[in-house]
Design a protein around this ligand. Structure first.
Ligand SMILES: C[S@@+](CC[C@H](N)C(=O)[O-])C[C@H]1O[C@@H](n2cnc3c(N)ncnc32)[C@H](O)[C@@H]1O
Length: 249
């Protein structure tokens, strides 16, 4: 496991935490893609135990609480995010069990305990996808559900330039790359969709749904060429995020 990347990313997430509150949280799965309200991937959450991997500010956990979940658990690499989540959930009269830990290590979460484990825009931060998926499988009960969303791998490869979309990176290369996020250095790895799906299979999951869609409103609007990362122009040509729903066998 690359400890140095985790240390750098933790420092950056601690610095960014305040500016991120609630930005990527259920019922949203990501940018310009259908929401959970439209997709209905989650089971009925009443009396269900849920775990959020990369829980950030706790907004997704509150959404689960509002839907009737009986226990709210979360983990996050950033101690600042955990503090923010704890306060936010407390302000909303929810009690949650929150762990400050990288998702790549076992941090004392109970085994075969959760009905639903989910992760909204956090799984892609892992420095070890295989171990992370094995950890998630160990936390879930048999037949438990794992749902996560992340940037579509094409986001790293395609750039809007010169009135068109061009490949700036190979889809096949799975290498660490570094950039500044809100002015803070972070390092992340782009992975192919097949890497996510094959790693899920190896960890004992059955993939029930892969969502590669742009939301209907964007598909129906005109979206002229525009530079930028998350733009309607791109979203009309390919999904900006993907979502996977898998079940532990
Ligand atoms: C985009 S935010 C997720 C927001 C969150 N889903 C919500 O509902 O508010 C990504 C989160 O992943 C966390 N993170 C990054 N690397 C991580 C790792 N290796 N292990 C656990 N959490 C990580 C960050 O600290 C950050 O809070």
């Amino acid at each position: 496991m690359n400890e140095n990347i985790l240390i750098q990313n933790k420092q950056s997430w601690d610095t960014m935490a305040d500016s991120w509150s609630g930005s990527t949280a259920l019922p949203e799965y990501g940018c310009l893609i259908p929401t959970e309200e439209e997709l209905g991937l989650f089971p009925d959450l009443s009396e269900k135990k849920v775990l959020d991997i990369g829980c950030g500010s706790g907004h997704s956990l509150k959404w689960c609480g509002d839907k009737g979940a009986s226990e709210l658990w979360g983990l996050d690499l950033s101690s600042k995010q955990i503090d923010i989540a704890r306060q936010f959930l407390c302000d909303n009269n929810y009690e949650a069990k929150l762990f400050n830990s990288p998702m790549e290590v076992s941090c004392g979460l109970p085994a075969e305990y959760f009905d639903v484990v989910y992760s909204i825009y956090a799984i892609g931060w892992t420095v070890d996808l295989e171990t992370t998926f094995h950890n998630v499988a160990s936390y879930l009960k048999k037949d438990g559900v794992f749902i996560f969303s992340w940037d579509h791998p094409l986001m790293h490869c395609l750039e809007a330039n010169d009135n068109s979309l061009m490949f700036k990176e190979s889809y096949l290369m799975e290498e660490d790359f570094s950039y500044a996020q809100r002015g803070n250095p972070v390092t992340i790895k782009n992975r192919k969709l097949s890497t996510y799906i094959n790693s899920l299979a190896e960890a004992g999951f059955l993939v029930e749904r892969l969502v590669e869609e742009t939301d209907r409103q964007v598909m129906e609007m005109s979206a002229p060429f525009q530079e930028g990362y998350y733009t309607p122009y791109k979203a009309k040509n390919f999904p900006l995020s993907f979502i996977i729903k898998a079940r532990k066998l």
